[in-house]
Design a protein around this ligand. Structure first.
Ligand code: SOE
Length: 410
């Protein structure tokens, strides 16, 4: 087993922050990278230690521990959260286990980081939020992992909106386009089964864009009108003798099974409009069928004094139009977000050297460590995750009623 990967961070007086992770697939790998790297880049009040990783398959989780630098491997998450060498539980599993693990980890006195969406239902998210509020009184803190808040360009956009550079907002327009389900032979994996994923593109991609839109706007949605659709309702079951490769969101090749087919029980795409408390209007699109779009999260905010636009496929750039500029020279300009005075950049490379997707998880780890060391609620909190869950529930309710405008429950 690997020696504990310890971010060689600044030795502070406080003890290291010992992390235990549940899950070792795509998000497990991304979070491991974040915990392993954060102390090498940022000065931290507490140094993270990769204490233990957990997964049901013993051989696979031991291999993941070696690959990602975890000191120990567990096959039962209940044993992991009882370990006295774990201070924080990082939940990187499908949504159907988020509530059970988070509630047990909070009850066991741990801090919690939970991947998005917070849960598969509003009820689960509400129970998690109540438990996190109570645990906060005991000095335990909890964060939900909406990592796209931590792209330097989106963090800069948030700063600019908060500074009033756009003035009152009129529009927020956001899409999250992928195309990994276009192939009808792609198998019926967990993301396509409601009992495991909670919903489809809506909870997976829609959760990101609802959170990011509300975060950048600095206000919450009050109601939505929605359409959802499932384009391919039956798919080959995964596993068993192969009948040809296909690729999934993690880029790996997934063999297509000869075990027969199963029903897709989630949405393939969601299209919805919304109204913010200020009266600003919003439009959202989340789909896994935008042929040719691989990970195209695009957001534009239009205010009375200017606009901002961001594209995850060009994540070191932010487009800004200053509406107060005189006519002849007015227009969108590209801000290359690679300067030391841009969010998070002070710790990385010399000016002009960009970052990538993986660095959002390093920033997430940094911000959580600081919140824990300072004893304050991290953002986004579980309450923020609950509110996103309420928006997703209103989207599904509206879609079931043929797009009837549906208020967001408070
Ligand atoms: C698949 O849609 C996925 O991996 C999401 O689950 C992630 O949250 C997103 O960041 C990338 O795409």
């Amino acid at each position: 087993m690997a020696q504990p990967q310890q971010s060689e961070g600044t030795e502070g007086e406080t003890p290291p922050l010992r992390v235990g992770m549940v899950g070792y697939a795509f998000m497990g790998a991304a979070h491991s990278q974040g915990w392993r790297t954060v102390g090498r880049v940022f000065d931290l009040p507490r140094r993270p230690v990769l204490a233990a990783i957990c997964g049901r398959d013993g051989a696979a989780v031991r291999a993941a521990a070696d690959r990602h630098g975890w000191a120990a491997a567990e096959t039962d998450w209940r044993a992991l959260i009882e370990r006295d060498d774990v201070d924080l539980v990082d939940i990187c599993t499908p949504g159907d286990s988020h509530a059970e693990i988070a509630l047990a980890a909070l009850a066991a006195g741990k801090h919690v980081l939970c991947e998005k969406p917070l849960a598969n239902t509003v009820e689960e998210a509400a129970a998690m939020t109540a438990a996190a509020e109570e645990a906060c009184g005991r000095g335990q803190l909890a964060m939900v992992g909406f990592n796209y808040r931590r792209v330097p360009a989106t963090a800069l956009a948030r700063r600019m909106v908060a500074e009033g550079r756009l003035g009152s907002l009129r529009h927020v327009r956001v899409t999250y386009l992928q195309d990994w389900l276009v192939d009808p032979e792609f198998p019926l994996t967990w993301r396509l089964r409601r009992e495991l994923a909670g919903s489809g593109a809506l909870g997976d991609l829609g959760a990101h864009i609802v959170d990011l839109a509300q975060h950048l706007a600095g206000e919450r949605l009050t109601g939505v009108s929605a359409l959802t659709e499932t384009f391919v309702r039956e798919r080959p079951l995964p596993g068993g003798p192969t009948s040809g490769p296909t690729s999934g969101p993690t880029g790996g090749l997934t063999a297509v099974s000869a075990l027969g087919t199963g029903q897709v029980t989630v949405d393939d795409a969601a299209l919805f409009t919304g109204r913010f408390a200020s009266g600003a209007l919003a439009s959202f699109e989340a789909t896994r069928y935008a042929t040719g779009r691989k990970n195209a999260l695009r957001i534009e905010l239009n205010g009375e004094r200017g606009s901002l636009a961001f594209d995850l496929e060009r994540l070191n750039e932010l487009s800004y139009h200053d509406g107060t500029e005189p006519g002849a020279h007015a227009g969108f300009r590209r801000i290359l977000v690679t300067q030391p005075d841009h969010p998070y950049l002070e710790a990385w490379w010399p000016p002009g050297h960009g970052l990538g997707y993986e660095h959002t998880f390093v920033h997430q780890a940094r911000d959580l460590i600081h919140a824990i060391a300072e004893g304050r609620r991290p953002e986004p909190s579980f309450a923020d995750g609950l509110q996103v869950q309420r928006v997703l529930a209103a989207v599904e309710e509206s879609a079931e009623k043929n797009s009837v405008y549906t208020p967001i429950a408070v």
